[in-house]
Design a protein around this ligand. Structure first.
Ligand SMILES: NC(=O)c1ccc[n+]([C@@H]2O[C@H](COP(=O)([O-])OP(=O)(O)OC[C@H]3O[C@@H](n4cnc5c(N)ncnc54)[C@H](O)[C@@H]3O)[C@@H](O)[C@H]2O)c1
Length: 444
């Protein structure tokens, strides 16, 4: 294997940003997807989702011939030396991960390896619970290829830690790389791919790599949840939870990240991954009271936010609300598990009407609900003649709204902030009634 060629199966947030990074590090990379329109666009240099700075980099790599798209898994695997499985692993109703796409791609890989003489390394990058690579992917590839892992082909698990909204930075400059290896030869190939990445690398057993991803996401979800729980305690003392968490985060053992209280965590990873590890633990007879509580608190928090809204403005019946931010967090168009959905559903149950604005996520949020939400083209249109404003995700564009704009466009100068998007004092001194999760009620 002189020059390593890479194929990536599944061109979502993980597949495409990783593919772009491998291409930038000098590896010819083909990304495949089951959705033809995504591939057509990729080959024109257009990514299928929004992520800051991604479009220019993708365009550049496509123009240089280092990155391309295909709908043909078989051909892409055949023409490469290393295949990364990056398909989605969405949650099933019992919380466990749906592994259909992982199985399908493993079958495609086995089918190709049957007639391929060159050594090929199979890498699972999708988030999968311990045992999935060796007990599911390996037997499928062996069955369809009639070959043996560790002998005829290599096998690794390489969990992905990128943050949506910062996916370009994280895939080019990860803070660590974990290589779970079936055998040394497989791991050596992956280490070669990552030789140009300047960060600590950890090599371990495949199951360890799989579990690291769940433990990391569970810890981050727990940190956020702790801040959320303390936001409710802080409110009772009429103190600012952000001030409390600033003091907490100054401890080097803790650090200030993921201590911002808000209306709960969403996205395609934390909720799904915590549910999946809880579901697996139940199956293997391990109790998870801490993670059960994390999931429970995360459902309470959006409802608590609605309580803050009601405390501030009273009865919501007949009220029109300017709702700012639909994505699960800023700088992404991803709306999977966004807290905007349970909040808006509850606002409608209370008789309110919502005029919503998001810089990028409108088209992914709209299919999630049939509620008669008015989707506005700008935050100005959302604010115009609304009774008050609610902020759910703190895009920079939303953080840049001036107190004057709130005052002139809203019927009542009231801002209720689910993400601490503003310095409360700036709004208050400009005559705005400001409420937020974990913030002091200065009217008391
Ligand atoms: N999104 C994140 O921030 C993130 C971070 C770390 C890990 N992960 C994990 O990585 C995996 C992928 O996540 P994502 O957010 O990129 O998913 P995604 O849903 O955005 O993308 C998955 C893609 O796979 C494609 N696909 C499905 N079946 C296929 C097949 N048989 N052949 C080719 N393509 C196929 C889908 O069409 C889709 O475009 C998941 O397991 C996720 O948990 C995600």
């Amino acid at each position: 294997m002189d020059e390593i060629k890479i194929s990536i199966l599944g061109m979502g947030y993980v597949g495409l940003t990783s593919g772009m990074a491998y291409a930038k590090h000098g590896f010819k990379t083909v990304c495949t997807d089951a959705i033809a329109s995504k591939i057509e666009n990729l080959n024109k240099g257009i990514p299928p989702f929004y992520e800051p700075e991604l479009e220019d980099l993708v365009n550049n790599m496509v123009n240089k011939g280092m990155l391309s798209g295909s709908t043909d898994n078989i051909e892409a695997i055949r023409d490469s030396d290393v295949t990364f499985i990056c398909v989605g692993t969405p949650p099933l109703p019992d919380g466990s991960a749906d592994l259909t796409a992982v199985k399908d791609t493993a079958k495609d890989i086995g089918t190709v390896l049957k007639d391929k003489n060159e050594y090929h390394v199979v890498v699972t990058k999708s988030t999968i619970v311990p045992g999935t690579t060796e007990d599911l992917v390996l037997p499928i590839v062996e069955k369809y290829s009639n070959k043996k892992a560790g002998q005829d082909f290599g096998l690794c698990m390489n969990p992905e830690f990128l943050r949506q909204g910062q996916a370009v930075h994280d895939s080019l400059y990860p803070d660590r790389i974990v290589i779970g290896e079936f055998d040394k030869k497989s791991g050596d190939v992956l280490e070669r791919i990552y030789s140009g990445y300047d960060c600590p690398k950890m090599r371990c057993e495949i199951k360890v790599a799989e579990l690291i991803k769940y433990a990391a996401n569970s810890l981050l979800a727990t940190k956020i949840t702790l801040a959320n729980e303390f936001s409710r305690i802080s409110e009772k003392f009429n103190i600012d939870v952000y001030e409390v968490m600033k003091g907490v985060g100054m401890d080097f053992r803790i650090n200030p990240m993921f201590l911002g209280a808000g209306c709960g965590f969403g996205g395609s990873c934390f909720p799904k991954d915590v549910k999946a590890i809880v579901a697996l633990s139940k199956k293997i007879g391990v109790e998870t009271p801490l993670l059960d509580a994390v999931l429970y608190t995360n459902e309470l928090q959006p409802m608590h936010f609605v309580d803050i809204i009601k405390d501030t403005v009273g009865n919501l019946d007949g009220k029109t609300i300017a709702f700012l931010g639909l994505s699960f967090k800023p700088d992404t168009d991803d709306t999977r598990e966004t807290r905007a959905l349970p909040i808006i559903e509850k606002l409608y149950q209370e008789g309110a009407h919502v005029k919503a604005y998001d810089p990028k996520a409108y088209y992914k949020f709209k299919p999630l609900t049939d509620l008669p939400i008015e989707y506005m083209k700008s935050w100005k249109d959302a604010l115009k003649n609304a009774d008050f404003a609610v902020v759910q995700s703190d895009w920079q564009e939303i953080k840049d709204i001036k107190p004057e704009d709130y005052k002139t466009l809203l019927k009542n100068p009231i801002v209720i902030d689910g993400r601490r998007s503003y310095n409360p004092h700036d709004l208050i001194k400009n005559g705005i009634t400001y409420r937020a999760i974990g913030w002091k009620n200065l009217d008391d």
